[in-house]
Design a binder for this molecule. Structure first.
Ligand code: PGA
Length: 241
């Protein structure tokens, strides 16, 4: 399976900084390298679209609503992002779950709409530290998968990102053994539920110095990178492991 390296820029960078990043990144990025996807903040999507036009580098939004238009103040439309040339949408990131209170049912509606537009949802799942300590990791992931994918089209592309909440932005990376165990469990769940060829990415404090130990684990098909994707050099290093 082709490896995917995704950059979640969260609420960082303005349009000028976005253009500057891509000017440098495009010069050093080797086309034969794996699939790379950028998720800039919503206001920077148009500059991303201009910067990446004609390149093999993919991009998308960190969040959209489940409807493509209407009276939904403050939301973003997957259709508009598609019109700009975006192909991926992040769904269910732990910050959407914990800060904005979004739930699996809404993710199911978002995923359904994104797939109808022939875009690719990247669905994030992961347990909190408390849940891991209570041995609830698999139970939590199972509910997130069952409910979030309730309306998914198994014949269309989808990507899963496993991001243990306790490893996001904390510098505490999951051990290669923990990652291998969960990724194999997720692949097994996907196969059992008739999903074919679904990449499962790892996210949570991925850095240039831990990336090669993680990518060599069975079932790890790439990364979703936050902090370390904001600098060209560190993200390029991660993409070339
Ligand atoms: P991090 O973020 O790499 O800064 O831990 C990952 C994410 O939130 O997707």
């Amino acid at each position: 399976m082709k490896k995917i390296f995704a950059a979640n820029w969260k609420l960082f960078k303005n349009p000028q900084e976005t253009r500057n990043f891509f000017d440098v990144f495009k010069e050093s990025f080797n086309k034969s390298e794996p699939e790379v996807v950028f998720f800039p903040s919503a206001v920077c999507l148009e500059s991303t679209s201009h910067s990446l036009k004609g390149s093999s580098i993919l991009w998308g939004a960190q969040n959209v609503y489940s409807n493509n238009q209407g009276a939904f103040t403050g939301e973003n439309s997957a259709q508009v992002i598609k019109d700009l040339g975006g192909s991926y949408i992040l769904v269910g990131h732990s910050e959407r779950r914990s800060i904005f209170g979004e739930q699996n049912k809404l993710f199911a509606d978002k995923i359904e709409n994104i797939q109808k537009l022939d875009m690719v949802p990247m669905y994030c799942i992961g347990e909190t530290l408390q849940e891991r300590e209570k041995n609830l990791t698999e139970k939590v992931l199972q509910t997130q998968l069952e409910e979030g994918l309730a309306k998914a089209d198994k014949t269309k592309p989808i990507v899963i990102a496993y991001e243990p909440v306790w490893a996001i932005g904390t510098g505490k990376v999951a051990s290669p053994e923990q990652v291998a165990q969960v990724h194999q469990w997720i692949h097994h769940w996907l196969e059992k539920n008739n999903y074919k060829q679904v990449p499962v990415l790892y996210g949570g404090s991925v850095k240039p110095d831990n990336a090669s130990g993680l990518i060599s684990q069975p079932g790890v098909n790439g990364f979703l990178v936050g902090g370390a994707s904001l600098e060209v050099d560190s993200f390029l290093k991660i993409c070339s492991v």
